[in-house]
Design a protein around this ligand. Structure first.
Ligand SMILES: C[S@@+](CC[C@H](N)C(=O)[O-])C[C@H]1O[C@@H](n2cnc3c(N)ncnc32)[C@H](O)[C@@H]1O
Length: 241
């Protein structure tokens, strides 16, 4: 397999507003059909097709993202499409950082992500109420508004830009709005195949907030080294010392 290599594409640059599909979400988060019947929050939702696809199956999903604050649905639709190409450009230029099994090659990656972006674009225009502006670590939802919260490709992915305190506060906030679990994927930074170096410390910090996290291997292989999610639940103690 050969790939175009553009030596000018180094870091990912601006934080990407990416568009993953339901099949990627299923694999990244080991989602069962039963999981998809829960009240789900996808944060950050970005330009993912997940909310559109699950809604279409009769599910109950809200996407929340900082990008939904200032951009109209029309503008977000255009952003998602151009960002899918920017993400693909990065992946093409760094093809060696990825395993080509889930996607056969960068062309398939572009096709799938563009399709997801288009689903997002059509859905946000018809159902803007499913896309709520929000900025972690503070979300505009009441406690336990959801049963399952999914968070992909913000925490850990951008660990160089988002400090440790942000990670602890963001996970605490995601836990506040769920009655059940938070699942986070991946645990490695963009451009790296190493797990977040402060994971042990993070789990200890969360424990002081009565949040118990553990890593779970998932059946999704794309970014090398990214094959675990973090699952967080409330601890048994409800005391707020
Ligand atoms: C790489 S995208 C991931 C989108 C989607 N989960 C997916 O996997 O396709 C990261 C998203 O995080 C959003 N974001 C960045 N900082 C945020 C914050 N503090 N609160 C909520 N969303 C944020 C960005 O706008 C962007 O859409």
């Amino acid at each position: 397999m050969t790939f175009d290599h553009d030596p000018h594409v180094n870091g990912i640059g601006e934080l990407l507003i990416s568009s993953r599909s339901l099949s990627e979400y299923r694999a990244m988060f080991a989602l069962t059909d039963n999981d998809l019947s829960l009240r789900i929050l996808d944060c950050p939702g970005g330009g993912a097709g997940f909310t559109s696809e699950v809604s279409n199956l009769g599910g109950d999903v809200i996407a929340c993202d900082i990008a939904y604050f200032e951009n109209s649905a029309k503008k977000l639709a255009a952003i998602a499409t151009s960002e899918a190409d920017r993400g693909n450009h990065y992946v093409r230029a760094h093809a060696e950082q990825y395993e080509w099994t889930f996607f056969a090659d960068p062309d398939e990656h572009r096709r799938v992500r563009q399709h997801a972006a288009q689903r997002f674009a059509a859905h946000i225009r018809r159902h803007p109420d499913h896309y709520v502006p929000g900025r972690l670590p503070s979300l505009p939802f009441a406690d336990a508004s959801f049963d399952l919260v999914l968070s992909s490709h913000l925490l850990f992915s951008y660990a160089e830009r988002l400090d440790h305190t942000f990670h602890v506060d963001a996970i605490t906030e995601l836990m506040r709005v769920t009655s059940g679990e938070v699942r986070i994927f991946p645990l490695v930074e963009v451009g790296s195949s190493e797990a977040y170096p402060r994971l042990v410390e993070l789990l200890a910090d969360l424990r002081t907030r009565n949040i118990v996290g553990h890593t779970v291997k998932v059946d999704y292989a794309f970014q090398r080294g990214a094959d675990h999610m973090l699952v967080c639940r409330r601890g048994l103690s409800t005391a707020t010392s």
